[in-house]
Write a protein that binds this ligand. Structure first.
Ligand code: ZN
Length: 186
């Protein structure tokens, strides 16, 4: 059941024949973790929060810089110098206060990745370096979590879904090993 406020907010979803109340309820019962609150994490977290996901995690150890603002639309001039995770929390909570937001202003490492990922239904990788991408891909695969991996370079982009619940290839089928450090741009 939806409150009057939810009915109004999600009216365009509820009237979509292939989405409707069933889709909205599934979204409300779902959780996702965005790895990175940068150029890729910004649009994904904004849309997930706007659309009414139940619980959304953001992990990012970085702080907001002026040069981020041209594309990292979660952040604004007032958040320069503060934690990206904190800045994301501020923006996303004002966008949709019904979303249960969980922020982690810390570096994702092999020591914390399994415990963190195990708390979410879906993992989104918007990180900007290969060591993190492989860590994310391996942890998601081992935990049986679907992974949405986005990557951009200049005018090119890639979006891939790796879903261990299906007969699906994994990240390492596509890219067996990380490239040697310093050979590719972030
Ligand atoms: Zn594979």
């Amino acid at each position: 059941m939806f409150t009057d406020r939810e009915k109004e907010r999600y009216e365009r979803h509820l009237s979509l024949s292939s989405f409707g109340a069933e889709g909205q309820t599934a979204l409300r019962n779902a959780s996702a973790l965005c790895v990175g609150a940068g150029g890729l994490g910004s649009p994904s977290s904004l849309y997930l929060a706007a659309a009414g996901i139940g619980r959304l995690g953001i992990v990012d150890h970085d702080t907001v810089d002026l040069s981020n603002l041209q594309r990292q639309i979660l952040h604004d001039e007032l958040s320069i110098g503060s934690s990206k995770a904190q800045s994301a929390h501020q923006r996303l909570s004002s966008l949709n206060s019904d979303v249960d937001l969980e922020i982690y202003p810390e570096r994702l490492e092999k020591e914390n990745v399994m415990a963190l990922f195990s708390r979410y239904d879906l993992i989104l990788d918007g990180s900007d370096n290969f060591p993190t991408r492989f860590l994310v891909a391996d942890a998601a695969w081992l935990l049986g979590k679907p992974l949405v991996a986005g990557a951009i370079h200049q005018f090119e982009g890639q979006l891939t879904v790796f879903d261990p619940r299906l007969p699906s290839p994994c990240y390492r089928c596509l890219l067996p090993d990380p490239p040697p450090p310093g050979t590719v741009p972030t």
